[in-house]
Design a protein around this ligand. Structure first.
Ligand SMILES: C[S@@+](CC[C@H](N)C(=O)[O-])C[C@H]1O[C@@H](n2cnc3c(N)ncnc32)[C@H](O)[C@@H]1O
Length: 650
């Protein structure tokens, strides 16, 4: 029908799209040209015309209903929604239950902040959208293999995993595998335990980066992200936060998606990172920034402030000693009745003042000492922020007396963290993307990726959202910036990456962070030689610590990799023979028919051949499911069995 109507130039706009309203208008007017056009096609004629005594009568209402049906012609809004992927095949993104599995092509690396130049090296993706009924064991926990512990003393055999009293695994983990499936495996152990998730996913920069047209591209990217963000949310602690870095290509869409997954109320901010102050000029408006969408799991999130390097300094609160500003802001009215334990007197020794002007204080009365109560502020009676016990243990260490301007005394915090607020635009040289590139070059002696994130950006994110020992997750870990910074800042971390370079780049980088024990000639004790670059100086990093490496145990994935690596049709045919014998094929694959169609298969371009073969494989068996750990077909060795028992705690 589209084709027929488009033959009439009155019905097409400048972009060649059908003008629905014009067609309807002309139909109402029984426009002669339109009717002639419709009568030319036998099927159309049969559908919209009735024969009465040899005359053909136009059924205007049926025709107009047909044209107006949403499935016939997308108006620009529907088209827009389809394009952004919020509505795909008539279903809103949140209703869609498919899963997008994406395998980047081996030779191509998805780098953070890819530039247009990089795009010329086309990234080929295998991606497959699985419908809900095709998914049965896909998201089941997987068997983990190839366990190693990396320490300053080299690789150590690993027998068990440290856990705390709550049973939480207390190990830094680097896991190789598809992140969606790894996240689902992690869920068994880390649900509700992650304080910070930072990700820097593929930016979906090129029209082709997912191998399809732009429309599919967007929706695939969104489905891909949605699948991962949903499970990520479950991993977050109630006071957890997520930072997702992206650029303008997907930011607006990502924001809508994140509103959906994390809820609008939990939106914190979109941070603009001016990572390229000179800007990349392609003849339009030079782009100088990337964006980070920040959401909390729930509104009770806690973001700390960025703390300056010279953390502690004598601090004197000018308003009133321990004003409970936080409580007042939340409109909680307190008085002596509801907080009596916080209204008590201190005693101050007016004769003992140190060089910073602080006076000695005590909770016990002493001869000649002054009595001090919390101050009234703006007509409201304040109370102390700490109870007696806490005050006692902090007496003269963190709290002490101070003379006020009007010559009376009050209790103040002696030291307070000097802080500046985290703001929404980061434009200083620390976040310049070149920094990340140069840093990796320094570590490895050659340029590794185009734009890994600078350690300083991660330091800032980690500072404002976590404390020591909190758990941080990055499931697009790339060169491992998040993990390296988390390690140096004494946070626990989990990094996930599917590419082989996780072993020779990510792990190698972290090995350098930990450092290695060396004994120099003439010295008595061994010392640790560690990575001194990046944020090392700022956080006084001295090396040490360890991390655990493991991989999802592959099954059909072995075939996917063989297919990806094949250079010729002959190689692919060989793989197909092996697949028939050893792989798990989709339930509906008929090997006989497939073999019969081989001549046609050979006619296809090699990229298509690869795609077809990958499609035949059952994705529920890409990796070995934990439930099959004892099945001999999967050849899980005894050490792996033991470590999986350790990890999954059974
Ligand atoms: C933009 S890079 C991250 C760079 C990182 N922030 C850094 O500083 O090095 C994205 C990474 O995600 C990985 N990745 C993409 N899709 C993935 C998937 N489905 N599972 C696991 N890793 C994936 C890519 O291989 C790539 O290394």
């Amino acid at each position: 029908m589209h084709k027929i109507l488009k033959r009439d130039s009155r019905f097409i706009d400048q972009e060649g799209d059908l003008l629905k309203s014009e067609v309807i208008d002309k139909a109402w007017k029984s426009d002669r040209k339109l009717i002639e056009l419709l009568l030319e096609d036998e099927k159309v004629k049969a559908k919209f015309f009735a024969e009465i005594k040899g005359h053909w009568v136009f059924n205007i209402h049926t025709f107009i209903d047909y044209i107006q049906d949403k499935n016939f012609l997308n108006d620009s809004y529907t088209k827009y929604k389809n394009k952004v992927g919020l509505n795909i095949a008539g279903k809103f993104l949140k209703e869609r239950e498919e899963v997008a599995l994406v395998w980047p092509f081996k030779d191509c690396i998805l780098e953070g902040g890819m530039t247009r130049e990089d795009e010329k090296r086309k990234e080929i993706f295998f991606n497959e959208i699985l419908a809900q009924d095709e998914i049965d064991r896909l998201l089941d926990p997987k068997v983990l293999t190839n366990w190693k512990r990396y320490t300053s003393n080299g690789i150590k055999e690993i027998k068990n995993l440290k856990r705390d009293e709550q049973g939480t695994i207390r190990e830094n983990l680097i896991i190789k595998g598809n992140n969606l499936l790894t996240l689902h495996s992690l869920k068994t152990q880390f649900q509700g335990k992650i304080k910070l998730i930072y990700i820097d996913p593929p930016y979906n920069t090129g029209n082709d980066s997912f191998g399809y047209n732009d429309n599919f591209n967007h929706s695939t990217w969104l489905t891909f992200m949605k699948n991962r963000l949903e499970v990520a949310r479950e991993l977050l602690r109630d006071d957890g936060v997520i930072f997702v870095q992206c650029d303008d290509n997907e930011q607006a869409y990502l924001k809508v998606l994140m509103d959906e997954v994390f809820c609008r109320e939990n939106f914190i901010e979109v941070i603009t990172v001016v990572n390229n102050p000179r800007g990349r000029d392609y003849g339009g408006i030079a782009n100088m920034h990337e964006l980070i969408c920040v959401y909390s799991k729930s509104i009770n999130y806690q973001l700390y402030r960025i703390v300056d390097e010279n953390k502690k300094f004598p601090y004197y609160d000018k308003i009133s000693g321990f004003e409970i500003r936080e409580l007042r802001n939340r409109n909680i009215k307190f008085n002596l009745n509801n907080r009596p334990n916080l209204f008590y007197q201190f005693y101050l020794n007016p004769d003992n003042q140190d060089k910073n002007g602080f006076f000695e204080i005590s909770l016990d009365y002493k001869e000649g000492w002054n009595e001090i109560y919390p101050v009234k502020s703006q007509g409201i009676q304040t109370v102390w922020r700490w109870g007696k016990d806490k005050s006692k243990s902090n007496l003269n260490v963190n709290i002490c007396g101070k003379k006020t301007k009007n010559k009376s005394y009050q209790i103040v915090e002696k030291y307070r963290e000097k802080s500046r607020m985290a703001r929404s635009v980061w434009w200083d040289k620390e976040v310049n993307s070149e920094r990340g590139t140069l840093h990796l070059k320094k570590i490895f002696g050659e340029k590794i990726f185009a734009h890994p994130k600078p350690e300083e950006t991660l330091k800032r994110i980690i500072e404002i959202s976590t404390k020591e020992n909190d758990i941080i997750l990055d499931f697009f870990v790339g060169s491992g910036t998040t993990c390296a910074v988390a390690h140096k800042m004494k946070r626990q971390y989990i990094g996930i990456e599917q590419m082989d370079y996780v072993e020779n780049i990510t792990v190698e980088r972290l090995k350098k962070v930990i450092g290695r024990k060396i004994k120099k000639e003439g010295s008595l004790f061994a010392e640790i030689e560690y990575d001194r670059s990046g944020i090392s100086k700022a956080v006084n990093w001295q090396g040490g610590g360890d991390f655990v490496y493991c991989e999802l145990k592959k099954y059909n994935e072995e075939f996917i990799e063989q297919i990806q690596e094949a250079k010729t049709t002959a190689e692919l045919l060989k793989t197909w023979e092996e697949m028939k014998d050893k792989s798990f094929l989709n339930w509906n694959v008929d090997i006989k028919r497939q073999d019969e169609a081989m001549e046609e298969f050979k006619e296809l371009a090699i990229a298509k051949q690869k795609k077809v073969l990958v499609m035949l494989l059952n994705k529920n068996q890409i990796y070995v499911n934990l439930s099959e750990i004892d099945d001999e077909d999967f050849q899980v060795n005894e050490e792996d069995k033991k470590m999986n028992r350790e990890f999954y705690n059974f």
